[in-house]
Design a protein around this ligand. Structure first.
Ligand SMILES: [Zn+2]
Length: 751
């Protein structure tokens, strides 16, 4: 679906307000770190090992199975009553290792019944979901359910027993369906009245040349039976989308004769439904690089009020998880060829009313569709359907295999954006069939991420956005009010969905691509994920494991902080110390991680001469440290140090990101020279040598150990590793070696 950005922007505004206040209150105090590296890098991110069906490497296991649903659908549309009367013949194949005595189906139109659970949870303030206050007789009316075949054995159309509970139907089989390939065929006769605005995903729009019907979630569809939950029966409540089986579709739609009907599938009887002139143009479009008008406004006006009979449009769609369609007398229709990397072709089509026509608006739709599909095919995985149709409807934007519904009001950049987003969904979840009802981020988030690249690619950046400032959005993405990204959309506040399903997971993938793995390794891993799980059902672990196995990193810290938890991120620069207090000899820079999320470090060191050095440190510095000091080979005095100068990390507190010579702390270095020498005690059989190593004091005790010591007070040094302390005399003529709590051994300098 289309993102609702309003919520996100509003949250940024609120957060910035409170954030400034907070910063003002705390600037005078030393910031306390909430970072715990044991939590961030804890072992056992995965709660289960790989299985025979899902490999530990993230690919489908050797015994992976998936059930299948093939559909033969016939529908008749009534323009007057908005009613669809249809039959749904389903052939269900049980490839699982379990026999079945019942099946579960989705009856998603039941969301629009007055007594549905989804209607019950619409707040008084309203929602984009549900039926938008429309009073009508919504919901699937089931006329009959008949079993027609079991295991290729025709049976005498047995009436099947079933129970309907909200948006689900449990269908009982007259005999058990075998595991590993058992097949059952059954026929459902049903009808329903389309809502005008059905959860912003299906509807009826009045235009001056007739109604536009955008028809979806319209036929009883199989629930998924998988190796994770068995039957996936979460009801359709509105926010959470769909999880469906793959199969082939044979569709025929009967509509008034002056309608144009478009569908997920390829039109198989164009010469029965188009006029001779339309057919000629339709065939021209199939081989044209530029948009060809197939049914112009003149065609629409000529057919207006001229519907005496009906026509049946036939379509075919292979290997898809759903099918949707649109029908209207008001449709202008145009199209152009889509070129795919393998040399195959597809067809971009657009249908829209007179109100949406024109080069500023839907007149460019087909160009957008063509570019979007060609680009995603080149970057990630080749488009597999023979047609891609953009429909102007009253939805904000909604995706189905091979067809999308976008707002008839969208124009220019917004129309490009929504078209590209909805067609991006053809990769997630249409090709990669994840469970949208539970994991919105695996389709909306991944899609939003691929959209960020196509915006740059389209027409030399015609509609390119400014790069996201992660210091601004980072604070909003980690607002403590938010649920974790891994939450089901039905389990998050509606206002949070824009951030949690779309922007935050997308921003995470941008960070992973650009800052952690690099584009080459990321793209290979992401492409591998798509290829491995094309037309299959991946779960979150399958994605995480594939990115780690192909990308070659343990990314548990990243998944844990950004996806599984809502952890904040704040790095700060604390202090510097010049080597021997001399900027020409080098500098120690101390940085700190203040919040629970670790990230790699990027910082710019600007010197007084104007020269800038960029330093990059891997995330591993935070594996066992809250604070980290590193040496940089400076040759002159530093003017300033800036952490994350490009604003690519989600730093929720910018106040501590910059160190300046004017205000920042410069610590005094200990001058090591005066402590160096060889020390002895006549009753001890060895001498202790103190040297300098990398500006630190280095202690060598023969046959015992060599180690560095850190200053812990005036003339006082300690080695944490050995537990030894060294208390030097004021005049440096010797030291007391302190062992444990109370044992003191005096040493005197001998040279
Ligand atoms: Zn979407």
């Amino acid at each position: 679906m289309k993102i609702n950005r309003f919520g996100a922007v509003f949250q940024i505004a609120i957060l910035l307000g409170s954030f400034t206040l907070l910063a003002q209150e705390t600037t005078s105090q030393k910031q306390v770190s909430n970072y715990n590296y044991r939590d961030a890098f804890a072992p056992f991110f995965y709660t289960k090992n790989g299985t025979a069906t899902r490999s530990a490497s993230g690919q489908p296991g050797a015994e992976y199975w998936q059930n299948r649903a093939d559909y033969k659908l016939t529908a008749v549309l009534s323009e007057k009553t908005n009613e669809i009367t249809a039959t749904d013949v389903i052939t269900y194949t049980n490839n699982s290792t379990d026999a079945m005595s019942f099946l579960w189906l989705n009856l998603d139109q039941n969301l629009f019944r007055e007594d549905s659970r989804g209607e019950a949870i619409v707040p008084v303030m309203g929602s984009r979901n549900g039926r938008q206050g429309q009073i009508f007789d919504g919901g699937h009316k089931i006329k009959s359910v008949k079993i027609t075949k079991i295991d290729n054995k025709k049976i005498n159309e047995v009436e099947a027993k079933y129970i309907i509970s909200d948006t689900r139907m449990q269908l009982f089989l007259p005999e058990e369906l075998k595991s590993k390939g058992g097949k059952v065929e059954f026929k459902i006769e049903f009808s329903y009245i389309s809502p005008n605005e059905g959860s912003d995903r299906t509807g009826v729009l009045e235009t001056k040349n007739g109604k536009i019907f955008t028809i979806a979630q319209w036929y009883p569809r199989m629930c998924v039976y998988d190796d994770i939950k068995g039957w996936n029966v979460n009801p359709y409540l509105g926010a959470s989308e769909f999880y469906l089986e793959y199969g082939d579709f044979d569709i025929s739609i009967t509509a008034p004769s002056n309608h144009v009907v478009v569908c997920s599938g390829e039109l198989t009887n164009p010469n029965e439904v188009f006029s001779a002139e339309e057919l000629k143009k339709y065939n021209e479009a199939k081989v044209s690089e530029n948009t060809v008008m197939i049914r112009s406004l003149e065609g629409v006006l000529a057919a207006k009020n001229n519907s005496t009979a009906s026509k049946t449009w036939k379509f075919k769609l292979l290997n898809a998880r759903d099918v949707s369609w649109a029908s209207s007398a008001a449709f202008i229709l145009d199209g152009a060829r889509i070129n795919l990397p393998s040399g195959k072709k597809s067809l971009a089509l657009s249908v829209y009313p007179e109100e949406s026509a024109g080069k500023e608006a839907w007149g460019r739709s087909t160009e957008y569709v063509k570019n979007s599909i060609e680009n995603y095919s080149k970057r990630w995985f080749e488009y597999t359907y023979p047609v891609a149709t953009n429909v102007a409807g009253n939805e904000g934007g909604m995706e189905y295999p091979g067809i999308v519904f976008c707002s008839w009001k969208s124009k220019g950049k917004r129309l490009w954006g929504v078209t590209d987003h909805e067609f991006g969904h053809n990769w997630f979840p249409m090709i990669v069939g994840s469970n949208e009802r539970l994991f919105g981020w695996m389709d909306e988030g991944f899609n939003t991420f691929i959209n960020t690249l196509s915006d740059i690619d389209f027409n030399n950046g015609e509609y390119k956005d400014e790069k996201e400032d992660m210091h601004e959005s980072g604070a909003s993405y980690t607002d403590p009010e938010l649920e974790p990204v891994m939450t089901s959309p039905d389990n998050m506040k509606e206002a949070h969905i824009g951030d949690l399903c779309y922007s935050k997971p997308s921003a995470g993938l941008v960070i992973l691509r650009e800052q952690v793995l690099g584009p080459e390794r990321f793209d290979l891993a992401f492409r591998t994920y798509i290829k491995r799980w094309a037309f299959k059902h991946p779960a979150p672990d399958d994605f995480f494991r594939t990115m780690e196995n192909v990308g070659g990193e343990d990314l548990s810290w990243f998944w844990r902080g950004w996806f599984q938890n809502n952890w904040k991120f704040d790095q700060g620069v604390n202090a510097i110390k010049y080597v021997k207090n001399d900027p020409s000899k080098g500098v120690f820079i101390t940085i700190e991680n203040f919040e629970k999320l670790p990230m790699p470090v990027v910082l710019d060191i600007k010197f007084k001469s104007g020269k800038v050095d960029r330093v990059k440190l891997p995330v591993e510095i935070w594996q066992k440290n809250v604070e980290w000091t590193f040496k940089h080979n400076s040759t002159e005095e530093i003017e300033s140090i800036t952490l994350d100068p490009d604003h690519v990390f989600p730093d929720s507190n910018e106040e501590n990101n910059i160190w300046t010579a004017a205000k920042g702390l410069v610590e005094k270095a200990i001058i090591a020279d005066e402590y160096l020498g060889v020390y002895s005690n006549s009753r001890v059989p060895y001498k202790i040598t103190v040297t300098e190593k990398n500006t630190f004091l280095n202690v060598d005790i023969p046959d015992y150990a060599t180690f560095t010591v850190e200053p812990i007070g005036e003339n006082m040094f300690e080695s944490k590793r050995t537990g030894l302390k060294f208390k030097f005399k004021e005049d440096k003529s010797g030291f007391d070696l302190i062992v444990g709590e109370d044992r003191t051994i005096p040493f005197t300098k001998v040279k």
